[in-house]
Unconditional design. Sequence first.
Length: 146
Amino acid sequence: MQVDFYHLSSTPLERALPRIAERILAGGERLLVVASDADARARLDQLLWSYAPDSFLPHGLAGSEDDARQPVLIGETAEAANGARHIALADGVWRDEALAFTRVFHFFTEERIREARLAWKNLAGKDGVERRYWKQDEAGRWAQAA
């Protein structure tokens, strides 16, 4: 399984997450987006409807009878009622439950860098876990740093 750490320094989550979600959906996969705060989940819900004028990402908030049908599901916990094998930790908080997924996208800002470093270190000894660290260069492009 692969864990991608995305250090959000110049590109905010609102720009990075939709691009990742688009790629996952284009590959015929599903995504679970996790944020513990209800307001953050509501903002993510609005974001995925309106992030670009000419497109949207089909999605829903966890807790409805349609959860299993959602290509992208936004929830409070790492429970993929939509059958997702990809998970985006959108609030900067690492959750060990994410290790049950095929691929993890761990987004964090400077405010959460200490926790991200600890998660990186703790994952170093886990069998079957491939870690990647992405940060932005001066031009704002994502570059793999580790």
